[in-house]
Every structure is written in structure tokens, then in C-alpha cells.
Design a binder for this molecule. Structure first.
Ligand SMILES: [Mg+2]
Length: 371
């Protein structure tokens, strides 16, 4: 595994630096920090900076990224059509978009024709794909009907869930033992020993699943575990007074949700997160749907996880396989790209609004995934 180093994360420094002990976090609790960081615990720090400074520019860039991670419908339509359109025109624009990314439902026969004499392998994201996006991520449950539908699919085709959540959490939410599970954006994969194929199998360890069955674990970011736990604890501490902020530990990555935070407080969230992350050059931040994701800087993503699972299942160089990946978020684009290369399989984007994607087909929402 290639563990790359990188430059420090973008920084939003405040006007009144304070040390960690002011936040109740002693430096001895932060063994991975590479320098003495300067924290701003002042919630007005962003607005008190001098206008036009580098920090303001950085601040604006990140805030814009946070805002655009879940833009209003009208703005999305404007971005796509290059002109202002009324929300009422949304359906027309959406239908125009599906000319480029046809509905997987309407293309069912085309998919089946290509799947003829091939083995379908199905990959599914969880949030926004099998479950609706909800305000409280702990309440993102999939319906019983959806569970039955996935169970039926898994009866006939190898089926894997690849989620940003921890593997344990997504297993708890899905609850189907016949599936393969990859948590932490593919950085935590479980696969049974009988599927062990030849090839590079570093970062693999043997373990037992919840039923006591022997399994193989692939955890390419295992060395980051103490660092992730440390950052998680720090983020929980510094965001505890920001109403609506929620920090989740997904084992090999951490999420900071700001969906329920007043938009006026988003600069505070951004500042705290980036102030902390600037001391962790081996961690990076990506933007999800009203969530900041903190993950290790390693050459691994959902696309690599798809390739790993295909290889584990003995399908890596097999022309008789048709992989299908259904997902809704930017992290799923890596998987779409892998399937797009060489027309290897089909990516299916779940989206109610038009957007550029590496997927081949589209579905409007999780209810269409179920069908
Ligand atoms: Mg998702």
C-alpha cells in the first residue's frame, strides 16, 4: 500500500490563537500532532479577520465548498443549463439529463442483454442509495421492502455493500449475512477465506465474523487507527458547543455533519475542523452532502474496493462478469470510473437532480433502486 505524504491541510487560523489546554485537550493526548498547533476557540474569529487576507480567501473557498455540497435545486439546474430556470422546469431539465444518463429502469432490457451469459456482481452504496438521506444519520434506516429486494438480488448474484460508514454500523443497518461488506469507504473489507484469490494480499488478516465464522479482513489504513481515534475525540470536544454538529467515528475515517447546524455557524465548523487537521498531514478532508469527511491519505477509494472485491471473488480478469455499482455521492464516482474504464460494467447514479457523473445510468431516488 502506498501511503503518501502530503502538504498540510488548508488552514483557517483565528485572530486569537490558543493552546489545546484551553480546549481541555492536553498535548500529551495528541501524539500524532506534528507541531504545536494554534487553535482559535473564538467563534467570531472568522468575521474578525482583516478583509482580503489569505485566511479570508481560504475561508471563502471552504465555505463555498460546504454550501455547494448540497446546493439548492434551482442552483443545480442553473449550473446544468447555464441559465436561470424556474423550479417548475425541473422535470423537463431532469428528463433532458436522462438522455445522457438514461434511467436504469427504462434500460433494464439493455442491461439484461449485456448480462446474458455473464455473471452479474452487484455493488451498493448505503446512505442515499438503500436508505433516504435524513437529518439524523443514526436514523437512516432502509425499509423492510428494500431489505427484501437486496436479499433477493444476493440470492442470485454476489452482492456487496460499500459504505463510508464503519463496517459494523452498515452491517447493523443492513442486517443481511449473505452480503459482502466494505466500510470506511472501502478501507475495511470482509471477505470469506474460500474467496481468497491469488495476488497481492498485504494488509489482510484473519478474523471471525459475528457468527464466529472465519473471515479475511482487508484494512489498508490499519496504521491510521490511533490517529483517527485521536482526531475523533478532539473533534467531538471542540464541536460540542456547536448546536446541531455531529461527529461520527467510522473506524478509518471521521465525519463532521453540519446538516443541522445553522448556516451562520458553518464558518465555525470549518475553522475548528481545519485548525485541527492542519497538524495531520497524513489525513485529508473531502466534502460530502453537508458533511466533512476526514480520511487517511492513502491510495485507496471505493473504486479500488470494487477492484479488490472482484479479484477476491475470482473475477478480476474475467470477461464473463458484469459489475454494477449503484451509489449517490461523490465518493461513489471513483467506483463509477473503474467500471467506465474499458466499458467494464455499469455505474448507476442515484440523483433527483442533474449532475455530471462517471456513471452510465441514473435512478431518481432509493425507491427506484428498490425496483
Ligand atoms: Mg451515499
Amino acid at each position: 500500500m502506498d501511503v503518501k505524504s502530503t502538504k498540510a491541510s488548508p488552514i483557517l487560523t483565528g485572530s486569537q490563537p490558543i493552546n489545546k489546554s484551553r480546549l481541555g485537550i492536553h498535548s500529551s493526548h495528541l501524539p500524532y500532532s506534528q507541531s504545536s498547533p494554534t487553535y482559535s476557540n473564538n467563534i467570531l474569529a472568522v468575521s474578525r479577520k482583516k478583509p482580503g487576507t489569505f485566511d479570508d480567501v481560504q475561508s471563502n473557498v471552504w465555505l463555498e465548498a460546504m454550501r455547494s455540497s448540497s446546493p439548492p435545486r434551482k442552483k443545480i439546474l442553473k449550473d446544468f443549463t447555464d441559465e436561470e430556470v424556474a423550479s417548475d422546469d425541473g422535470d423537463i431539465i431532469y428528463r433532458a439529463w436522462t438522455i445522457k444518463y438514461p434511467s436504469a429502469l427504462n434500460s433494464f432490457q439493455q442491461i439484461m442483454n449485456r448480462a446474458k451469459n455473464r455473471k452479474l456482481v452487484v455493488f451498493l452504496d448505503y446512505d442515499g442509495t438503500l436508505s433516504p438521506i435524513v437529518d439524523n444519520p443514526d436514523r437512516a434506516f432502509m425499509s423492510a421492502d428494500m431489505r427484501s429486494a437486496v436479499k433477493r438480488v444476493a440470492k442470485y448474484f454476489p452482492t456487496a455493500i460499500i459504505s463510508g460508514r464503519s463496517r459494523d454500523k452498515v452491517y447493523e443497518l443492513v442486517g443481511l449475512k449473505e452480503l459482502y461488506y466494505a466500510g470506511s469507504h472501502g478501507m475495511d473489507i470482509i471477505f470469506p477465506p474460500e474467496d481468497m484469490a491469488s495476488g497481492n494480499r498485504s494488509n489482510c488478516t484473519k478474523s471471525t465474523d459475528r457468527q464466529g465464522k472465519e473471515v479475511n479482513l482487508f484494512q489498508p489504513a490499519s496504521e491510521f487507527l490511533p490517529m483517527i481515534n485521536e482526531v475523533f475525540r478532539t473533534l467531538v470536544e471542540v464541536t460540542k458547543n456547536i448546536k446541531g454538529a455531529k461527529v461520527e467515528n467510522h473506524k478509518f475515517c471521521v465525519s463532521v455533519h453540519y446538516r443541522n447546524v445553522d448556516e451562520n455557524s458553518w464558518p465555525i465548523v470549518a475553522q475548528f475542523v481545519y485548525d485541527i487537521l492542519k497538524d495531520y498531514s497524513r489525513l485529508r478532508i473531502t466534502h460530502g452532502r453537508k458533511v466533512l469527511e476526514i480520511r487517511p491519505v492513502i491510495d485507496w477509494d471505493k473504486g479500488k474496493a470494487v477492484e479488490f472485491l472482484l479479484e477476491s471473488l475470482g473475477f478480476s480478469c474475467n470477461q464473463d462478469v458484469l459489475p454494477i455499482y449503484i451509489g449517490d455521492d461523490t465518493t461513489d464516482e471513483d467506483a463509477f470510473k473503474v467500471l467506465q474504464l474499458g466499458n467494464r460494467g455499469y455505474g448507476i447514479l442515484v440523483s433527483a437532480v442533474p449532475k455530471e457523473t462517471n456513471a452510465f445510468f441514473s435512478l431518481r431516488d432509493p425507491s427506484e433502486v428498490k425496483i
